[in-house]
Ligand binder design. Structure first.
Ligand code: DAH
Length: 359
């Protein structure tokens, strides 16, 4: 057993020379495996006299420990080198174009918002935004809906317990109309904006969800008339539905923030049991609109004798359903991948007026 030192040196050299993890594993099995050399030496302990075992036992165990430690060290070194090699060679170029099909898709609501931005950008409108947590002054009062006004009750509002720094009640905005107020407060007219976004009401059935989407339109300029409103809506809806035979009907209506107010119906026909927009066979209500009430303009610090305008508000989910054929609003927000695979859009389906806003 005098050559145990020699053996230890040999094994450490063999382990140190193992060039990869597979070679190292071969050495491990040769030394420590069931039939391994070191294991064989350990087995000889059983046949030794107690004296012999006392002297040889610690030396053989020391050999096993030295070999085990050397293998662990070599393994760590080889794994570290392997990781370095992969980090150096397996780069990912994020600037390369997308190849093949990707799992994710663009939700129809996002797609329609992009379509709206594209169509209205072409008409000279910018996109305005506002917070979903709003104060009751901008959501109601400034829009000529005072505290006692029945329209407040009609909105099924989600209120927060807290008030803001100015003592105003906080709420989840019930419509995108408060963005009108924010825009008039922060921008000099002329103003041409649309404001798409999330809105909230405590309501839930096949055609109502507590969270839904609206787009607001606002124009403030000099000499604006109902004619401008009608032309803008017609141009928008023809581009959106990609049909020239879209016909609108303005019906007198009432909204506190517009005077006069008009509900806008769009004509449709029934083909193979489905509603197809265009023509004048039937009418469905599509959006609310009107000339911005002088009191609303004054509430924002502008002189209504100088500035006039029109506004409109429209449900985006409804626009998406009419164009892309879904019939249950709730499915929009279920997060079901099967629905998204069917109705979703590819990330690269960017709507453009030249390429078609329908994607
Ligand atoms: N804010 C209204 C609602 O949610 C929709 C609306 C109607 C917006 C007429 C307007 C408008 O800007 O002029 O029911």
């Amino acid at each position: 057993m005098a050559d145990l030192e020699q053996m230890t040196g040999d094994w450490l050299a063999r382990i140190g020379a193992a060039g990869d993890l597979a070679a190292l594993e071969t050495e491990r099995v040769a030394a420590l495996g069931k039939q391994g050399v070191v294991t064989g030496l350990l087995k000889t302990l059983g046949g030794m006299s107690p004296e012999e075992r006392q002297s040889e036992g610690p030396r053989i165990h020391a050999l096993r420990e030295a070999v085990t430690a050397a293998i662990a060290d070599r393994k760590a070194a080889l794994e570290g080198a392997e990781l370095e090699r992969r980090l150096a060679t397996e780069g990912l170029d994020m600037t390369l174009p997308v190849a093949g099909a990707s799992e994710g898709s663009v939700h129809p609501v996002s797609q329609v918002m992009d379509e709206l931005a594209e169509i209205f950008a072409d008409l000279g409108f910018a996109v305005a935004t506002g917070p979903e947590i709003e104060d009751d002054w901008r959501n109601f009062t400034a829009l000529n809906i005072p505290e006692s006004h029945p329209a407040r009750a009609m909105h099924d509002t989600f209120y927060f317990d807290r008030k803001d720094g100015e003592g105003r009640s906080m709420l989840l905005r019930t419509h995108t109309s408060p963005v009108q107020i924010r825009t008039m407060q922060s921008q000099e007219p002329p103003i041409y904006v649309i404001a798409p976004g999330r809105t909230y009401r405590s309501d839930s059935d096949a055609t109502h969800t507590p969270m839904f989407h609206q787009v607001e339109g606002l124009v403030i300029d000099r000499g604006i008339t109902l004619g401008h409103l009608k032309w803008t809506l017609e141009t928008f809806l023809k581009a959106y539905f990609e049909r020239d035979d879209i016909v609108l009907r303005l019906r007198p209506s009432y909204f506190p923030f517009t005077e006069p107010s008009a509900e806008v119906d769009v004509g449709y026909t029934i083909q193979n049991g489905r509603r197809v927009l265009g023509g004048t066979d039937h009418w469905m209500e599509l959006l609310g609109s009107g000339m911005v009430h002088p009191r609303v303009i004054a509430n924002c610090g502008l002189d209504p004798d100088d500035w006039q305008g029109f506004a409109f508000g429209c449900g985006i989910d409804r626009l998406a359903m009419l164009k892309y054929g879904m019939d249950d609003l709730r499915a929009f927000f279920d997060g079901d991948m099967r629905w998204l695979r069917h109705y979703g859009f590819r990330a690269l389906d960017v709507p453009t007026l030249s390429g078609g806003v329908g994607a």
